[in-house]
Design a protein around this ligand. Structure first.
Ligand SMILES: Cc1ncc(COP(=O)(O)O)c(C=O)c1O
Length: 447
């Protein structure tokens, strides 16, 4: 248990407090209803691993803006870089002229990605935009149209990326969706009730069947996969499955695209999650923790592929904005200086160690059925029954999340059945803060 003197959580009012309620009411009157929110609090400021709301309540943040803040909230080095850049050049547009931060960040990403040979980078504003760029480039490079995506995959909410996204909850009345997208089976061993090796065999057999019954291999421009599924419930792709996809893409002349928007940039204990499988993608997508909260995403890949889009065919007004680029350069420096990859592994081991006891305990309203992920990208899958693995309802998960928030811990759901609690702690968190947050989670889940 955490010593009261070192506690980070400090609640002054009931949660949400009166000022949060007031601001949320204004939001509801002025902002579209379709923009969901994981908590009912309104935030004033944040620092490191903590967030303070407009009522003065301080929370530990295990969501970090949905996995954006590996380096924590407002790290002074990033703040200083952004402030200095703002005084010099806020916007130019790489479509108009060249500025050094865009070039320097691209050089650094080209050198950092786990892809051999010369690489090139295209910057954009969001994960979805970077995914769209990867698809456009794969199509331009191969002259083919079909894209294979996976069950449970999440790639964004623009119409092309929503077409790639699997979970119907996100799609509802938004069709028609983009054509030439084919969905393959994802080896989700826990929910298939299989060992990892068996799940690989089953999903691979389905992949081969898809090539006969669904889409001709010669039509496939690219295969897009998250090396650790994010929204799908933090499920690492078994390395053997990635190796088979790599072999297929090489043999078939298709582009293997690793969507590392959520699992990339240090969270899993390597800069990119796919490094741990030894598989090289052709194109890799970064966003979220890349720029410590500044809106930035990158599509990086083999230069021969990346240059396939025609001159003027890619880009946008804001993509690779100078403020975001300097934030990313400062973030990469911090990840290296503070050995945050090593810290991600330590955090992951510590959470696993504590959560492994929850796997054997009787929960208050739900059971922890599975603890999984890679490095510090970990989730708990909650079930009613450990034998049948029946998921608890989305509403029940939400109620558990609310109980955590009311005790001062911000967490968020994930999973195809919305029955997972994902943990995206900032990698700069102290041991005491980590345990304080895990104490809250334990109290809510186990009692
Ligand atoms: C794997 C993955 N791809 C793409 C996206 C879309 O990114 P954005 O929300 O920045 O558009 C996300 C967002 O969560 C993601 O997790």
């Amino acid at each position: 248990m955490t010593d009261t003197a070192t506690r980070s959580i400090n609640l002054l009012t009931a949660v949400p407090g009166p000022k949060s309620r007031e601001l949320v009411a204004r939001r509801e009157a002025s902002v579209v209803a379709g923009l969901g929110k994981a908590t009912a609090i309104a935030v004033d400021h944040a620092s490191g691993a903590t967030v303070t709301d407009v009522d003065g309540n301080t929370y530990l943040d295990f969501v970090t803006g949905i996995g954006v803040l590996a380096v924590g909230h407002c790290p002074p080095e990033v703040v200083a870089a952004v402030q200095a850049q703002a005084a010099k050049l806020i916007h130019m547009s790489a479509l108009v002229a060249t500025y050094e931060s865009y070039v320097e960040l691209s050089e650094q990403l080209n050198a950092a990605v786990p892809i051999s040979g010369p690489c090139k980078t295209l910057l954009s504003n969001s994960g979805a935009e970077a995914v769209e760029n990867a698809i456009k480039i794969a199509r331009a490079a191969t002259g083919r149209q079909a894209i294979v995506a996976f069950d449970g995959g999440y790639h964004g909410r623009t119409l092309l990326t929503l077409s790639l996204t699997s979970r119907t909850f996100f799609k509802k009345k938004f069709g028609p969706f983009a054509p030439e997208i084919y969905r393959a089976s994802f080896p989700y061993a826990y929910r298939m009730g299989l060992s990892e090796a068996e799940a690989v065999e089953e999903s691979w057999a389905a992949f081969e069947r898809m090539l006969i019954a669904g889409v001709d291999a010669e039509a496939i421009a690219g295969v897009i996969i998250e090396p650790v599924q994010g929204e799908g419930g933090f499920i690492p792709v078994p390395p053997e499955f990635l190796r088979r996809l790599r072999e297929f893409c090489t043999r078939n002349g298709s582009v293997l695209i690793a969507d590392e928007v959520q699992c990339g940039f240090g969270r899993t204990g390597t800069l990119f999650a796919i490094e741990q499988s030894g598989v090289e993608p052709d194109v890799i997508i970064s966003a979220k923790s890349l720029a410590a909260g500044m809106p930035l995403a990158a599509t990086t890949g083999k230069a021969s592929l990346m240059d396939a889009a025609h001159y003027g065919g890619v880009g946008g007004t804001y993509g690779g904005n100078p403020l975001a680029c300097v934030a990313a350069i400062a973030t990469m420096r911090l990840i290296e200086r503070d050995n945050l990859l090593g810290r991600a592994n330590e955090i992951g081991q510590h959470i696993r160690q504590r959560a492994s006891t929850w796997l054997k305990q009787q929960g208050r309203t739900a059971l922890v059925g599975d603890v999984r992920g890679l490095g510090a990208m970990l989730a708990l899958e909650l079930v009613r029954n450990r034998e049948t693995r029946e998921p608890i309802s989305a509403q029940e998960t939400l109620s558990l999340v609310d109980q955590c928030v009311q005790r001062g811990l911000l967490v968020m759901r994930a999973g195809l059945y919305a029955n997972c609690i994902r943990l995206l702690v900032p990698l700069i968190i102290s041991d005491e803060q980590l345990d304080e947050g895990l104490d809250v989670l334990e109290e809510v889940l186990i009692g």
